[in-house]
Design a protein around this ligand. Structure first.
Ligand code: SF4
Length: 339
């Protein structure tokens, strides 16, 4: 595409006159006329362009529980969008029709940052989610939208795999309020074989977000039968979480369904999710949920102080909310999150 090109941030030229994109740890070397692995960063006449800037594949107004975020503005609606492309190569991607498409292979709108804010205001949402594919790859647009959103009191949310360069993330998350980060497994073997990325960079992003920013963080692990659902792996993951993030980060274990290149693996049995939840609770994580299944019990937020049920949910809706000004209505202890 040649019209409306937006010059990218985070790149330089190397000694071979190729462009090195430094937005994510893949550090693609991009020759003239080529795009990076994510399909939305293009070398054109020696300049790197963010081809995904302002090119959502569409907009949706979702319940915020669908992201999933359970401790951030529960019961509210969130304007959601993503673009074509992705910087990961997940063989189980559930949005592969867009994440594996180039901009000109899928329907894409042409909008500017103010248009997104106008749509959010029109739909009276409290927040905007950069989601569906990994928003890291359209980081320039995330920055512009989140800056404007903050000015008008609308919150912004990243739904991401967390595969991002240390310098780029500082700018991209500067005006972000919350993130749901996929912790897709706890072995580098899984990360490399099934996502073409690496575990350590993801862990580094999660620690940075949790400990060095004000971004509210929740984690999601999609459990895939036989690939990342062993008791040992889940125990190691939970031990790492407790040691590095503390016990207050909500963790969502969600069900896989056959998709993209993993069509030969069955849907995750509910009992696998319940077992993972039990392990996490026994390890001391306070808020653990199961997702992509219809089970009310495993979606309840319980007070870690008095044990009473605080938020009852059903398939992305909130039935009751007994958190008042961020505290348990019954015993008055603080519940972590933004309510
Ligand atoms: S953002 Fe895209 S082009 Fe840049 S390094 Fe990552 S995959 Fe490559």
């Amino acid at each position: 595409m040649t019209e409306n090109l937006h010059i990218a941030k985070w790149w330089h030229k190397n000694e071979n006159h190729k462009i090195v994109c430094t937005l994510c740890p893949r550090y693609c070397e991009i020759s003239e006329g080529q795009k990076g692995f994510c399909y939305v960063r293009e070398n054109k006449d020696g300049i790197l362009y963010s081809v995904g800037y302002g090119r959502p594949t569409g907009f949706a107004v979702d319940p915020i529980e669908k992201k999933p975020l359970f401790h951030f503005l529960p019961g509210s609606k969130i304007l959601s969008f993503g673009t074509a492309g992705c910087n990961l190569g997940c063989k189980f991607c559930q949005n592969w029709h867009t994440s594996k498409a180039k901009i000109d292979e899928t329907y894409s709108l042409q909008v500017n940052a103010q248009d997104v804010i106008d749509i959010a205001i029109k739909h009276n949402v409290k927040s905007i989610a950069f989601t569906y594919n990994d928003p890291t790859i359209f980081g320039e647009f995330v920055i512009d939208v989140s800056k404007l959103a903050r000015k008008v009191g609308i919150k912004t949310v990243m739904v991401t795999a967390g595969y991002i360069d240390k310098e780029a993330r500082k700018e991209i998350y500067e005006n972000i309020d919350a993130a749901n980060v996929d912790l897709k497994a706890f072995t580098d073997e899984f990360y490399f074989k099934y996502t073409y990325s690496h575990l350590n960079e993801i862990l580094d992003t999660i620690i940075w977000l949790k400990n060095e920013t004000n971004v509210w963080v929740e984690l999601t692990t999609l459990l895939i039968p036989g690939l990342n659902d062993s008791q040992t792996e889940i125990e190691q993951m939970c031990d790492w979480i407790i040691e590095n993030l503390g016990d207050t980060t909500p963790h969502h274990f969600t069900a896989f369904h056959p998709a993209f290149k993993l069509n030969d693996i069955c849907r995750t049995p509910e009992k696998t999710l319940f077992k993972a939840r039990d392990i996490a609770i026994k390890k001391g994580i306070k808020y653990v949920y199961c997702g992509n299944i219809s089970d009310e019990e495993s979606s309840i937020t319980y007070c870690p102080g008095c044990g009473k049920s605080l938020i009852r949910r059903g398939w992305h809706s909130v039935y009751t909310n007994n958190i008042i000004e961020g505290k348990c209505k019954y015993c008055n202890i603080k519940i972590e999150g933004e309510f």
